[in-house]
Write a protein that binds this ligand. Structure first.
Ligand code: TRP
Length: 461
């Protein structure tokens, strides 16, 4: 029997947590071969569990080249702990040198949640951005914008619609004939969100990383596909040694690449383009570059996999010089979802499943005390059999959010497993740490409230 295919639906209220299947099926990479500088607790604890092309970001960081971070928020309800996970990662990426762009998905929220733009703006500023400031995001290298007022994003999304079609949307998102068209437009706007920071107007060509929950991966698959389909020059592993470069002739570049409307080839033009490609690669220092305009290929025999990015960047720059978009497929990182307090998925629309960033201490205490537990049903059994921290919400919340000390965490993990710590005691530890965290957060929020506007880009004021 064929195994059922996993489907990730970004708008669903349920979410697969079969992370190893997600990695396999969608071709994500794990972090095993990468070394992260001063990793955050989310990285150290494997909560950020997978990526696409994150090595591009690390290499830029190492060599001191610029890189960007782009993420988005859908302003639809109160901000809760789950939402703070992306900001923890953004903070880390910002600390290691990334410039940050944040999309307020007010168009998406209007289209998929019925929240009008005025309300979306208010929610974004008061619920989200105010909390981002309190969580320690640095406004100096952060630009927050609204989808509804950044025409370049909408234009790019519209324009790139030529690189996809309904069949692809059906296979990525499971859309059917009765799918609302706003649901079809929202992903295209998100494609615009993700790709626009690398345009000349918004910082120029550089790797951009998108830290998200794995529910957003369909958008990244779509965006990466669209970006590479739009590229004028392709890179492939040569059948022999080296890297092979080919042309991708498309409606918008055919004439430039020497294909005349009457079907004839303009050999002079082709030769000129091939010269330009060779020229653009010279300062990478390869001993040979074999240009074969007749076959339509260029081979760099001594190039290996590790040269691909450098070659790609040169070709994207050349494409831009010639009038193309020159888009680099975005990198991304994915985090596990923290389990909801009740054991279900966290959701703003189900307050019992999560802790909001403005919950008071007695509410938090109550929520944690009632949370799903990994303990045994009697004390006697618990001492004998031990508890299970992997499903114990109190322990999980310490790991995801409140406990900074890795050693202490592994100690209580062990003591819970061997029955030394009881379920009620684990909850109490969590209540104490959560209260401390929240008191600090709410104090910070009061202190940083006046900074909200500093986060806004010029077109968002
Ligand atoms: N779709 C995202 C959500 O539902 C919000 C979003 C819009 C986004 N544009 C983005 C996220 C770009 C990451 C990158 O929360």
């Amino acid at each position: 029997m064929v195994e059922d295919k996993l489907n990730i639906d970004p708008w669903s209220s349920t979410q697969s947590t079969d992370y190893s299947r997600i990695i396999d099926q969608f071709g994500l990479s794990n972090f095993n071969n990468l070394t992260l500088p001063n990793p955050s607790h989310l990285h150290r604890r494997g909560i950020v569990f997978a990526h696409r092309d994150f090595d591009l970001i690390l290499n830029a960081q190492k060599t001191g080249d610029s890189f960007g971070v782009l993420t988005g928020l859908m302003p639809s309800g109160r901000m809760h702990l789950g939402h703070s996970m992306v900001i923890e990662q953004v903070k880390w990426l910002q600390k290691i040198g990334g410039d940050v762009t944040i999309a307020v998905a007010d168009l998406e929220s209007q289209a998929t949640r019925g929240i009008n733009l005025t309300r979306g703006r208010k929610i974004a500023l008061e619920e989200y951005i105010a909390n981002y400031a309190a969580l320690g995001l640095d406004s100096d290298s952060t630009d927050v914008y609204f989808q509804s007022s950044r025409s370049q994003v909408q234009r790019l999304g519209f324009q790139l619609g030529t690189r996809t079609n309904l069949s692809e949307f059906e296979s990525i998102y499971g859309f059917k004939g009765d799918t609302n068209l706003a649901h079809i437009q929202a992903p295209m706007v998100q494609v615009g969100d993700i790709l626009h920071p690398q345009t000349e107007e918004f910082g120029g060509l550089r790797p951009i990383v998108v830290p998200v929950g794995v529910d957003q991966d369909p958008h990244l698959r779509l965006t990466r596909g669209i970006a590479s389909k739009s590229n004028w020059f392709n890179l492939k592993d040569n059948t022999g040694p080296g890297i092979l470069i080919g042309l991708s002739v498309q409606e918008d570049n055919a004439e430039l690449l020497g294909q005349q409307p009457n079907g004839r080839i303009d050999k002079g033009k082709v030769a000129e383009i091939f010269n330009m490609i060779v020229q653009s690669l010279t300062d990478l220092g390869f001993s040979d570059i074999n240009s074969n305009p007749k076959q339509g290929t260029i081979v760099v025999p001594s190039a290996t996999k590790k040269d691909i990015t450098a070659i790609r960047m040169k070709l994207l720059n050349l494409e831009r010089k010639l009038g193309g978009l020159g888009l680099l497929a975005p990198s991304s990182t994915y985090h596990h979802f923290a389990v909801g307090l009740t054991g279900q998925k966290m959701s703003s629309s189900k307050p019992k499943t999560t802790i909001f960033l403005d919950d008071d201490i007695s509410t938090i205490t109550k929520k944690i005390k009632r949370a799903y537990s990994g303990g045994q049903s009697t004390i006697e059994e618990h001492r004998r059999l031990g508890g299970n921290p992997d499903v114990d919400v109190a322990y999980q919340y310490l790991m995801y959010f409140f406990e900074t000390d890795d050693d202490y965490l592994s100690e209580i993990n062990k003591d819970y497993r061997n029955g030394k710590i009881l379920a009620g005691e684990m909850k109490q530890i969590c209540v104490d740490k959560a209260s401390e965290w929240m008191i600090n957060h709410q104090e910070m929020k009061a202190q940083t409230q006046h900074l909200t506007n500093d986060f806004l880009a010029g077109d968002a004021l």
